[in-house]
Structure formats: structure tokens, C-alpha cells
Design a binder for this molecule. Sequence first.
Ligand code: AMP
Length: 145
Amino acid sequence: MLYSHVLVAVDLIEECREVADHAMKLAKALDAKLSLLHVVEPLAMAYGGDVPMDLSMLQQQQFEQAKERMQMFAADYGLPDDRLQIAFGHPRQEIHRVTEEQSCDLIGVGSHGRHGLALLLGSTANDVLHGAPCDVIAVRLGKKS
Ligand code: AMP
């Protein structure tokens, strides 16, 4: 079998449906399993480190909202709940960790095909590729427009 378990990293915005649709077709053609993973980034990380207040309640809410958004995002794909994963942390690290934990052999991410300054600033797709424990497919986003 070429690939047996595809892990699709989704940021849960509509644009990312292109990645999930593509990976779903690929998984069907290969008779592979498919899981979706969304990583909730800690608020402290988003604000660059020290935040002088207790963020645990807010983070719990963030997590619950992500679960709901994942359910809505995945509704069309008919995946069982154990294939819908939510992790907490840095996207690259969590995507790599879950890949290994779940023995995934292909990661799907969206790519904006950035160039210039935006490329220098990096993207999740770039980040995930570096040190990935398996193959990565970067689905170009916004091809249709
Ligand atoms: P970006 O860094 O905005 O160019 O995101 C590119 C792709 O990275 C998205 O299409 C997703 O596949 C993936 N991605 C970005 N953020 C997340 C996240 N928080 N959780 C899971 N995947 C993500």
C-alpha cells in the first residue's frame, strides 16, 4: 500500500476545505484511512510569551469552540469521531507528534504559494515540511480563483 493513513492539518477556515477534499479523494483512491487534525495555539504563544493573567478558562473555551468547529467542518466527510483530532500547542510540533502517534504516513497541508516577504516570514506548510516524519503533500490553495 502506497499510503495507509493520511493526516490532514486543517485550520478550520473554509479555504482549507480544498485540502480536505483533495486528501479525501486521495485516501479513497488509495484505500487509506484519513484523519483531520486542528491545532489550537495557546493564547500566550499568540501574544508572544508572558501574559500576566490566568488564561486557562479562555483556553478551555478555545478548545471547546475548536471541537464544535471541527464537527461542523467535518460533517460532509462522514468520519468517525476518533478521526477528528484537536491538539493544543505549536502546529508544527503537534502535527509531527500526532503523525507519529497515529502512525500516519502522509500529511496533507494547504499552501498559499507565498513569495517575497511573506515567504521569508514562513508558513505552516513550510514549517511542517521541515523534519516531517513522513511524506507531506502541500495542496495549493486558491487555484480556482
Ligand atoms: P498558513 O500558515 O496560513 O499558510 O496555513 C497553511 C496550512 O497549514 C493550512 O491550509 C492548514 O493545512 C495548515 N494549518 C495552519 N494552521 C493550522 C492549525 N492551527 N492547525 C492545523 N493545521 C493548520
